[in-house]
Design a protein around this ligand. Structure first.
Ligand code: GDP
Ligand code: IMO
Ligand code: MG
Length: 429
């Protein structure tokens, strides 16, 4: 067996959580391979709307195993809150959630460092979710980090205090008033106490060598789906650097974030919105700062699932989509939020960029350093409601034209179309 992968092709929030939940019945195991509580994956079904951050989106299916892989970062207080939220909905995650002993821990001081670095950048800030992602991956790479497996050893407290002390030294050099800064509305001392308590919850879960677990599962014929977080344009290597997250969000991240060999990757589902959004700072060639942009934000309820920030909105950008398809080896495309375009008379698709005297579909080294004029193909909108449509054939002709135009341009089939946030509002082609 091989590991199938589902990942975002734009700047995150494409609707990964919804589709993982929809696909989960076809799999035995759902595994997250990177990111952490910066992610916010929304699921809607049976009148429930739920946002997951660290926990994979297969968790509502009690008979399926969910794995937090070694590439994921865990923030114990946020994790505990997520567990409590699920238990309130009648889910028992202790039964079907396993955690890699090699997942790194986000310390309260990582969150302070995130805030200090962002403050120091001033106007050039990344617009981080302030969950401590950058500083924690930095410590991982610098070989200073603490892992979930460390919490099971006697030396954990000493290691924690050493790392915390070194962080405070850095915070002091930044002149950051860390004792006063509020982490989720709590001063550091109070938050740290909660964090040390929340650590004790971890052993209620199976803490495993997830690389062995997953490879053994493959050998015994189990089906695995890897769930991406963020999107390819937020990838640390290929995203719009430095306005990116700190992990490899592309398909290669599955190999390092779960211990899966490249030859064991199967289907790659690439998921994209029928338009584009971005939350946080950084370049966005097709961004609309006009009435159409506002309309996309209102119709699409484009406000962050993790931070509540308004998302920036714009037209679909094919150079970006093609770049992401190339980087990930996408085999199947899934188009999300088509219903948000219901009332547009005309829909634009950016097919190429005009940069100075040239026309290109390649992404320039620094999107911010050049003047980009997106070149658009205009498509007639379908101007109608999609409520109750369950089969591809019954979609409006103009919408089918929109879909086939994209398919022809990117040369990958769109195998699923999402026309609403609920599980049931998904059309398989
Ligand atoms: P993720 O991070 O990729 O899982 O995406 P988010 O959950 O952050 O953002 C997607 C948002 O769009 C959520 O509020 C979903 O409930 C919603 N959503 C997903 N699919 C659709 C759809 O087809 N139509 C509409 N209108 N909303 C959708
Ligand atoms: P999901 O999985 C959208 C953005 C932040 C910021 C940049 C760096 O829900 O699609 P970080 O906290 O990682 O240091 O932030 O990346 N960002 C996301 N944007 N969806 C996400 O996750 C994101 N995770 C991080 O807004 O611009
Ligand atoms: Mg999200």
């Amino acid at each position: 067996m091989k590991v199938d992968v589902l990942l975002g092709l734009q700047w995150g929030d494409e609707g990964k959580g919804k589709i993982v939940d929809v696909l989960t019945p076809q799999y035995d195991i759902i595994a997250r391979f990177q990111g952490g509580p910066n992610a916010g994956h929304t699921l809607e079904f049976d009148g429930i709307k739920h946002v997951l951050h660290i926990i994979p989106s297969g968790i509502f299916h009690s008979e399926k195993i969910n794995i937090i892989g070694n590439g994921v970062l865990i923030e114990p207080v946020i994790f505990e809150k997520e567990i409590t939220g699920l238990q309130r909905l009648g889910v028992s995650p202790t039964q079907n959630l396993k955690i890699s002993n090699k997942s790194h821990l986000i310390l309260p001081t990582h969150r302070l460092l995130d805030a200090a670095y962002e403050a120091a950048k001033g106007k050039a800030k990344v617009g981080s979710t302030l969950k401590g992602i950058g500083p924690t991956y930095t410590d991982k790479t610098a070989r200073l980090g603490l892992r979930v497996g460390d919490t099971l050893t006697d030396s954990f407290e000493a290691k924690y205090h050493n790392l915390k002390t070194s962080h405070i030294r850095i915070l002091d050099t930044y002149g950051f008033d860390w004792q006063e800064y509020l982490i989720d509305n709590m001063p550091f001392a109070e938050y740290e106490k909660k964090w040390l308590e929340a650590i004790r919850l971890l052993p209620s879960f199976d803490i495993i060598d997830s690389e062995y677990y997953l490879n053994d599962a493959l050998k015994s014929g189990k089906k695995i789906l890897a769930e991406g977080a963020q999107g390819s344009l937020l990838d640390i290597d290929f995203g719009s650097y430095p306005f990116v997250t700190s992990s490899n969000t592309v398909c290669a991240g599955v190999c390092s974030g779960l211990g899966i060999a490249p030859s064991k990757i199967g289907k790659v589902y690439g998921i994209f919105k029928a338009y584009c959004t971005r939350v946080g700072s950084g370049p966005f060639p097709t961004e609309l700062i006009d009435a159409d942009g506002e309309k996309l934000r209102t119709e699409g309820r484009e406000f962050g699932s993790t931070t509540g920030r308004p998302r920036r909105c714009g037209w679909l950008d094919l150079p970006i989509l093609k770049y992401s398809i190339m980087l990930n080896g996408v085999t199947d495309l899934i188009m999300m939020k088509a219903d948000v375009l219901n009332s547009f008379e005309t829909i634009n698709i950016c097919t190429e960029y005009a940069i100075e005297e040239t026309v290109t579909e390649k992404i320039p080294y620094d999107l911010d350093a050049v003047e980009i004029q997106p070149l658009y193909e205009k498509i007639k909108g379908w101007n109608g409601n999609l409520n109750g449509i369950t089969s591809y054939n019954n979609l409006p002709e103009a919408m089918k034209k929109y879909i086939s135009t994209i398919e022809q341009m990117v040369e990958i089939p769109i195998t699923m179309v999402s026309i609403g946030p609920d599980r049931t509002e998904t059309i398989v082609k």
